[in-house]
Design a protein around this ligand. Sequence first.
Ligand SMILES: Cc1cc2nc3c(=O)[nH]c(=O)nc-3n(C[C@H](O)[C@H](O)[C@H](O)COP(=O)(O)OP(=O)(O)OC[C@H]3O[C@@H](n4cnc5c(N)ncnc54)[C@H](O)[C@@H]3O)c2cc1C
Length: 379
Amino acid sequence: MPRLSYWERQSFFSNIDVLIIGSGIVGLSTAIHLKESNPKLQVVIIERGVLPIGASTRNAGFACFGSMTELIDDLSTQSEAEVFGIVEKRWKGLKALRSKLSDKQLDYKEWGGYEVFTNSDIDSYKQCLAEMSHLNNRLKEIIGTSMVYQKSDNNINTFGFDQTKHLIVNTQEGQINTGMMMKGLLEIATTAGVKIYNGIEIADWETHSNGVTVSTKDEWTIDASKLVVATNAFTTKLFPTIQVTPARNQVLITKPIPNLKVKGCFHYDKGYVYFRNIDERILLGGARNVDLQNENTDEFGDNKKIDAVLSNLLKEVILPNQPFEIDQKWSGILGVGESKRPIIKKAAQNIYVAVRLGGMGVAIGYGVGADAAKLVLSN
Ligand SMILES: Cc1cc2nc3c(=O)[nH]c(=O)nc-3n(C[C@H](O)[C@H](O)[C@H](O)COP(=O)(O)OP(=O)(O)OC[C@H]3O[C@@H](n4cnc5c(N)ncnc54)[C@H](O)[C@@H]3O)c2cc1C
């Protein structure tokens, strides 16, 4: 790209109060909360993709806050206060998102989230039954609903699954249309006056006493008073000291299936695999545990080994008696780390990061944006 002209710099990239890198759910939510707190702030988002190309437009749209096996696993290494503190953040985050964008705008459907147990998961199933009433009591304190988790074996035939021994349902789990969520957040941000520029990749930054200067891949320089880094899985490239590990996930979707019996969100193989119904189709993704080494990357792309596992699962477990065709495939990149808590902090003078959203960014993303905006405004 050619150098910025005087006019371009003056009209598009001057007097920026807060510059945000990344227009995923966190970048957009941070911008929205900043503008709501102070409409006069000049808030600009720089996004390298034509669309936000990371996780927010590529995920599975589960509006979830924790399956039983995940919570039990987390409780084996963390305190109850830590584990249920995170669950509460997810639950409240979902409520806030649903009140900002109505259930209609999100296409939110509370059809339940099911954990699928096969022959090899019997020990884990027994452990879930043993812990069920304790977890339900803790969740009642957060959600206000009794018996959030319930046995649901009667649904194995209803959904038409094979090789499935048990199902446990989370009655409060829902699903959204991810594209509608992101389109809605983009509209709110632009209506509030946030300027979003796409196709620009930030390569470096420099902080100084009265602000920040970022340089782009094309050697433009842009000044701002403050900088928010909302680049999730891609953060370490800009900030090597901030540890976010990229985790690629493969996703596929079938063509519409007449009389599809599957309805809800499903967690399989300790949560590594997830699937749901959408528009009479099955969306299926994950299985990165099959090839962890190759999937620990921030490069988009296919993985034939995982493809084969997912296709096989469709044929043998999810749709054993129904013909289907795979329509589309894509990948998305998660940002994970040792803790399930996101990193929201001041990382340098005038620079803030809001990253490492993990696998439940739909639930926490809007709240992470609120917390990031608060931090920026208070410092
Ligand atoms: C396949 C998949 C399925 C998932 N399923 C679910 C689910 O069902 N439920 C759920 O709650 N969560 C799910 N997640 C997780 C959730 O999508 C993420 O946690 C969340 O979207 C992260 O949002 P973010 O804004 O932090 O990051 P992102 O959406 O990744 O946004 C970061 C943005 O920064 C931009 N960027 C990066 N570097 C630069 C740079 N140098 N210059 C300019 N721009 C840059 C990227 O292009 C990107 O648009 C899933 C994730 C994936 C990948």
